[in-house]
Design a protein around this ligand. Sequence first.
Ligand code: ADP
Length: 548
Amino acid sequence: MLGLMQNWPLTVDKILDHARNWHGDREIVTRSVEGPVVRTTWAGVHGRAKQLSNALKGLGVKHGDRVATLAWNTGRHLEAWYAIMGMGAVCHTLNPRLFAEQLCYIVGHAEDRIIFTDLTFVPMLAENRDKMPSVEHVVVMTDREGMKGVDLPGALCFEDLVDSGAPDFEWGGFDENMAAALCYTSGTTGNPKGVLYSHRSNFLHTLVTLGVDVMGLSAKDTVLPVVPMFHANAWGLAFSCAAAGCKLVMPGQKLDGPSVHELLETEGVTFSAAVPTVWLGLLQHLRATNGKLSTLKRVVIGGSAVPEAIVRGFRDEHGVDVTHAWGMTEMSPMGTLSAPTAKVAAMSDEDQLRYKLKQGRPPLGVEMKLEDDADKRLPHDGATFGRLLVKGPAIAGGYFKGDGGNILDAEGFFDTGDVATIDGQGYMQITDRAKDVIKSGGEWISTIEIENIAVGHPTAANAAVIGAYHPKWDERPVLLVQLKPGETATRDDYLGFLEGKIAKWWTPDDVVFVDDIPLGATGKIDKKLIRDRMKDYVLPTAKVAEKA
Ligand code: ADP
């Protein structure tokens, strides 16, 4: 027997309708790519997005067509998103931090018909225009004044395009399972593959993220998504802020400590989200300038593991609460968050910290299991490492155009490629990427855990651990350290610092000081590149073992 409730397709245009209807005057503030801070409202975004849908229809865009954005977080980017998705086209977010060659591959694979771009990326597009044969139009997200410096034949002006569209457009009216957005994984795990979100998956993900133990946003919040809209949908914030009626502060292209701090203070931001490197930059800036965070209450940090020094820095120096989050593009992206359970909340601050540093618990809508290499389920004892698999309505069931083949196991779970533990309280902790974990004498060593401790050394700007060949143990850990400018330290300083904090046999066999720890396109340590750079490196212990 079927239920008798209304059929109300879960399409994302309804999220912006809601924001317009009930929070229409809440502001969207942008540090524009042109420079000045500009302001609109949810009602303003709604109206202009409808005009833009009409204009796109005029350019021949139909249901299912891919329309890309190559853009920073701005009000205009938000308008383009909702215009594209609302009319049933697919909004394909391109990551400008990828190499041009990779971008051309992705644009071609997605068969993007139109690209919306910021002024920043016009030179790159001009140079590579002939390698993007599917693209019929490039729309530059600026006004007529901004177009004066644009050297790209045939480029359209965003403001003119919006102005050309009639005000009313009937959004939605299609199946909630239709594709809404496309985002390629950043390629740290091979060729980029397209994750194709549906309206339904984005809508459900939005509802999930609103939970108090998830993003916990309210209409009173002012939110600064530093995490880019091209990095796994800005962790859903472009939807959840509209759903909750938050004021939204968009940082444009300036994500350095001083610029982020200025916006946090001048706009009264209460909530923000970013990868750890952004927060390291902010905390360093605040220390150097004796800066304050007068309104910020909560930050969500994810994308890579949060070092303890960041959680302590926010807590002890600014009274800001950190929620550690884990997720991936394939999960829309939220997977787990470290919000406290009742038992954890009753612990001392220091004991709570141990749980805050874990990646956290899954909200409703995310199923998880741990398995060994023989697909046998592993216990949730907080110690046993295993492959982490996930299942849920906002988790990929396959990649665009069938890339990668069948990605689900017999029970319908997706293998995250992460290695993790789950403890008795339900907190998951990532110990490594499956391909980064160090296998030493048949046992596994977590590179992330060592990195997190090492980066807490007062002289460290960043740290990375990789496995190096060892004739007896197969692999042994090497710690790479990038020192803060002007600092000096020795191998023994770092080994001494790790002593007692990790198992003795996890102690790196060597410490190598490097000029930089390279970061990939989504702000994560690029271990592939590090391994490449270190390919001729030989462990001192390996030489000894070989002689013996
Ligand atoms: P990719 O970089 O593989 O293209 P994503 O940007 O979606 O894809 O990154 C997802 C991966 O990032 C996760 O599988 C995990 O390895 C890593 N990650 C995300 N959040 C965290 C976190 N809080 N701690 C450790 N690793 C994380």
